[in-house]
Design a protein around this ligand. Structure first.
Ligand SMILES: [Zn+2]
Length: 127
């Protein structure tokens, strides 16, 4: 990443996500009852109503849905913030890294950038 990033701290509920991120894996939630995939922050299955969501490694493959160009208040480069659709189905909100010309449907791959302080940050790069 080319600009300073916010410091992210784990909060207990996010430990599995950040443990996987440290291994370079994108962990999302999967329903133990019906196998539906969900975004990491999901707490219950909206498909079957089940409450048993397990952390499961996703492929990291995604396509770009929409994005916004965010200009910093001070100096520094603009950054693209996006919604992406994972190959497993859930949509995630994350920064694009090194994507100069975003386009809907662009094939992306999850990656993590490691700031000096705090947890790894999820970004998406051109696949
Ligand atoms: Zn379910």
């Amino acid at each position: 990443m080319t600009k300073p990033q916010p410091t992210v701290r784990r909060d207990g509920r996010s430990d599995a996500f950040f443990d996987a991120a440290a291994r370079g894996e994108l962990a999302i939630r999967r329903c133990a009852d019906c196998a539906a995939w969900h975004a990491p922050e999901t707490t219950g299955c909206h498909v079957c109503g089940g409450a048993s969501l397990e952390w499961t490694a996703a492929s990291g493959d995604a396509v770009l849905i929409t994005w916004a160009k965010v200009h910093p208040r001070g100096d520094g480069p603009a950054q693209h913030i996006a919604f992406v659709e994972l190959a497993e189905g859930p949509w995630l909100h994350a920064a694009l890294d090194g994507v100069d010309s975003p386009a809907a449907g662009l094939a992306l791959k999850a990656a993590f950038v490691g700031p000096e302080d705090g947890e790894p940050l999820l970004v998406f790069r051109t696949a």
